[in-house]
Design a protein around this ligand. Sequence first.
Ligand SMILES: [Zn+2]
Length: 55
Amino acid sequence: MVVHNCDDKPGIGSYQCNSCGNVIDIIDPNSALEPCPSCFSCIWNTIKPIDKNMI
Ligand SMILES: [Zn+2]
């Protein structure tokens, strides 16, 4: 499993907070990950890999 931290720009996909399980979606490839809105953790697990065909 790929892990990302805050300020990473992992690209389009879904990411799950490592601490509380909150899921966020990144829909802009230029968006950076922010701290989890629920628990402020900065560790995100990739749950849906980037589909390079979408870009
Ligand atoms: Zn969290």
